[in-house]
Structures are given as C-alpha cells and as structure tokens.
Design a protein around this ligand. Sequence first.
Ligand code: GLY
Length: 363
Amino acid sequence: MSKGIQVKTSQQSYRAIVGEGIFEEQIKEISDSFEGDINFLLVDENVEKYHSNIIDHAFEAAGKKLFMMSVPEGEKSKSISFWKTCVEFLLENGVRRNTPVFVMGGGVTGDVGGFAAASALRGVPLIHIPTTVLAMVDSSIGGKTGVNHSTGKNLIGAFYQPQKVVAEIAFLNSLPRNEWANGLSEILKYGAIERADIFDRATFFLEDEISKISREKLTDLIADCIQIKADIVKKDEFEGNIRAYLNFGHTFAHALEKACGYQSISHGEAVYLGMLAAIDLSNHFGANLKPDKLLNYRSLYSYRVSKDQLSLDDLMNHMKFDKKRTNQHIRFVLLKEWQSPILKEVATDTLIHQAWQTALQEI
Ligand code: GLY
C-alpha cells in the first residue's frame, strides 16, 4: 500500500510517496529519469548501518556508479563545516547540474544534505528519502534546507524544493522509541493547528511495541500530515504568513534546544514542551484550551534534563535571538481555539515566564 501527495510550489511541483516496500522501485525509477551514469547518496550513518543491504541492493539495481557519504548522527552535523564537507564531496566527485543527489535520513541529514544540493553548482536535483517519522511528516516537505549558527538554529540556509520525496515505512522499523516520540510532536502539532481527528488517530503511538503498530494506519496518518503541510506550503511557500503556523510550539522549543546545547533534549521533545507553553500563553490571550489532548501522550516523552538545570533568563535570552523575533517583541504562534492559529507578538516577559513555568512542570 502506498499513497502519493502532490506538493505544488513556485520552484516545482513534486510528489511525496509514502508506503511500505516502495524504496527499490522508486530509486530505480528516479535514477532512470536522469541522464548520466552516477548517483550521489548522502546517508545518515545509522541508517546506513541498519539498512545497508536494502540500500546497496536498490542502488545496484539502479545500475549507476554510486558516490556515497555518511552523515554523522546528531545536530553537530548541521554545521557550516559539515555542509562544506558535503559540497566538496559532490564537487570533487563530478556532480553535474543533472546528477541526482539522494539525501537519506532524518531532519539533520535532510537539512544539511538538502542545503548542499541547493548550493553545489547553484542547485542540483535533490531527492529526499526521510527515514524518521519527523522527517516524513515535516522536514522533508516544503523545501527548507540549512544549518545552524552559534547564534541560533537554522539561521543559514535556502528554500530549495526536492524533485521527489520517498517515505519508505520499512525504514521506521529500526527507529528507537524516542525517535517515534520526536515525530509524534510534529503530528500533534498538525492536530493542534489544523485537524482535530489527528489527536485520536495518533493513539497507536501508545502501543507497547512498535511492531504492533498498524502500517496502514501509520501510512494514512503520515500521508495526511504531508497533505496538510503541502496545502500550507502551496499557499505560502516562503513563510510570509500562514506557513509560520507550522512553528506552533517552536519558538519555545528552539530556545530549549539551544539552552541544552542541542544535546540533552531532542527537537521533538522540545516541541512537545513548546506546545504546552504555547497553549498556556494562548489561554492568557483569551483562549480556553485544556492541554489534555497533548498530555494524553506524556508517557512517551522521557526527559534527560530537569527543570532545575534550566534558567528562565537563559531561555528568554535565547528566544530573543530566535529569527522569528520582530522588533523588540517575540513572535509566537498561538491558538484562538483548537485548529485556529494566530501570530502574536508578545511584549510582556511575565506572561512568557508563566508559560515556561507551566510547560517545565512536565520535566
Ligand atoms: N518545519 C516548518 C516548515 O517547514 O515550515
């Protein structure tokens, strides 16, 4: 079973395919659609380790010479220096304007690999192969690529759309439990900003064993999330307005990630707390939201950082450097009610402090 979603943007219109058992066929089809006799693959080191058989087999079947480079796991790869390593790898091995560059892994690999594809020769064909739930439902869709800077996350990069996105569900089998929770945060985000039924449909994430999760329900849910994102990106590709709704919880989350040195908290864990904080802040501005829809999933998140290790002053300072800040105020995505997001600039530190305190009770 597979599902296809059309993502329409000004750069190009492309398909995102999600399903089980689609990888080999898709690699061959995509490879065949380009002239030339080489393919590039930038692949997350763990994905390479766990799935080397299927990867080797698929690229051998594609019948072209493969240049493959591993991307070390973790946020440290989303750096200017690793982006440079990727670009040099492409250039030194003869990438051309029509050579496909397959970028396979989670959000970090997709972002840095995508930015390398965007910048080598001013842009070479990029194919995203997301292998985490988070990358499937969010980061591989919509063309955001880039790396971090010492002053904040994602501050250097480009909007660069892939030619195709191939989301092979079988790659999720090797995903550790915390990575499922990581992706769940972005799924719940779509529930909060756009589609109420997602909150109930995601309950299969609570299964004791990942292997018990219905692949059909998973494929449907991932496809629906991609569709929501595709609809938003079609209306606002460059985040002039409504695309910013996809950052629900993220202004808080980015500050938390920075405070934890991008190590002791994952993006999804931070987004989960960030959404709880954003709900609290929304209530200060007249909403009447109960966080239960998110708290139902609380047991899936285990934090490696405690609230005593975090300073509110640091968190506030990190927020003030977030690129979503405008003038002196910090800009948030809040909810008027569920599925009704708004952008709000907040000048009062006390309200933001309170929101932090509410969210940090959970860790
Ligand atoms: N991850 C949010 C966006 O792509 O706009």
